[in-house]
Design a protein around this ligand. Structure first.
Ligand SMILES: C[S@@+](CC[C@H](N)C(=O)[O-])C[C@H]1O[C@@H](n2cnc3c(N)ncnc32)[C@H](O)[C@@H]1O
Length: 397
């Protein structure tokens, strides 16, 4: 097996994970994050993401998940990154191999904003299936904040297996009497009492905690895909943001074991697992025939998005959002001209107006350049309104 990195106790192999897993000892790995085949049918430079029908895909995954379970430590966790294509099948397979009790959650990572697919909802999330080897003992580091929260530990309605009477260290509560049930296991409630975290208010139990709530929708801006669909894909086209991996490592491992230094220098620096590519935005091509939400792919440089919308006066207008760095206005204008030509050819230059929104740095001189560009091209492309927006284009316009 080829080693790509081997220093300071860290080894990175370039191998089929099944081959590597078979060489690892039982109960030796604290955390597994697995982001391999999605079954997209795409062929990349270094691998073929095609496993056939979902059933065949599961036969490919099965020996790998079995090995993963074997090598995980007793308090270890496993995060399987996948998407709508296989996530339901993988969930069932993981339940079978790890046991349904080991399932902790299904995390949704929001990878992009709406893009305007045709006759369907846009897929904006992928899935991370989170299991632990032993649901009674696993690492889950809560992130502490400044705010004290009082959170109910019960919910409405009777649920038989969540209705045990609490009678522990002076705390008593019978959920059934209130037509409630516990939202977490009674053992976790007892652990809260041990840590002096349980509070009774009007006879009802609450948790008092400084823990920051962490939901299973990971939609922070730094969780988004950040790569250009126009660029030639390197080995594959969907590098995950490092923020996603960082969150998993922080929550599911102990800091002493995975120090900040390891994160910064080895994982990030290795550029094997994560790519941080801040130079452009990706907006997919859509074929919505109405023209209303149509978005286009954009060139290498500066056009962030192009779409049509109904303007303030109730007429269609074409909108071009531009990331206008002051350094390259001419190159940007060339790019805009190309797009205008494209719109004209597609008969989508609406007579009402074309709007160019300038994001990014833009001083008076810069603005004047774009205004004269608009005047110079009015005869060919109609009235062009230039708006100076500033800030960063965030794909929501
Ligand atoms: C969707 S990419 C994700 C890579 C990385 N996590 C990222 O976000 O940039 C899938 C990766 O899995 C690798 N891969 C595919 N099959 C594998 C296998 N059997 N064992 C190990 N890696 C595999 C591919 O080479 C590819 O780099």
């Amino acid at each position: 097996m080829k080693k790509l990195y081997d220093a300071d106790g860290i080894t990175i192999y370039n191998a089929d994970n099944l081959e590597l897993l078979k060489k690892l000892k039982d109960n030796s790995i604290n955390l597994i994050y697995c982001d391999i085949l999605y079954n997209t049918g795409k062929v990349f430079d270094d691998y073929n993401d095609n496993l056939g029908a979902p059933k065949e895909a599961m036969e490919w995954y099965r020996p790998r998940f079995k090995e993963m379970k074997r090598v995980l430590t007793e308090n270890g966790s496993i995060f399987i990154h996948c998407n709508w294509r296989l996530d339901s099948y993988i969930r069932i397979l993981l339940d079978e191999i790890f046991g349904g009790q080991s399932f902790r959650n299904r995390i949704y990572r929001k990878h992009s904003d709406e893009r305007g697919f045709y006759k369907n909802f846009d897929s904006q999330v992928d899935t991370i299936l989170y299991y632990v080897k032993n649901p009674a003992n696993y690492i889950f580091n809560e992130l502490k904040g400044e705010t004290l929260r009082i959170v109910p530990v019960f919910e409405n309605g009777y649920v038989e297996e969540r209705s045990e009477v609490l009678d522990y260290k002076g705390f008593t509560f019978n959920p059934v009497e209130h037509n409630k049930h516990w939202i977490i296991s009674i053992n976790k409630i007892k652990a809260m009492i041990d840590k002096n975290e349980l509070l009774m208010i009007n006879g009802m139990p609450y948790r008092k905690t400084y823990a920051v709530p962490i939901g299973n929708l990971w939609d922070e801006p730094d969780m988004r895909d950040n790569f250009s669909r126009n660029k030639k894909a390197e080995a594959y086209d969907t590098p995950k943001p490092s923020a996603c991996l960082k969150k998993i490592i922080e929550i599911a491992t102990n800091e002493e074991e995975w120090g900040e230094e390891f994160w910064k220098d080895e994982i990030k620096g290795s550029n094997l697992t994560f790519h941080e590519n801040n130079d452009s935005y990706g907006i997919n091509e859509s074929n919505d025939p109405s023209g209303y939400t149509r978005m286009y792919q954009f060139g290498e440089g500066n056009i962030a998005s192009m779409h049509s919308r109904i303007g303030s006066e109730g007429e269609f207008e074409s909108v071009i959002d531009v990331n206008s760095g002051m350094a390259k206005p001419l190159c940007t204008q060339e790019c805009i001209l190309e797009r205008l030509k494209e719109l004209k050819t597609a008969d989508e230059l609406f007579p009402h107006s074309t709007t160019i929104n300038l994001y990014g740095e833009c001083d008076e001189k810069h603005m004047a350049l774009y205004e004269s560009f608009a005047r110079d091209n009015e005869a060919e492309y109609g009235k062009i309104q230039i708006n100076r927006i500033g800030g960063k284009y965030n794909g929501n316009n």
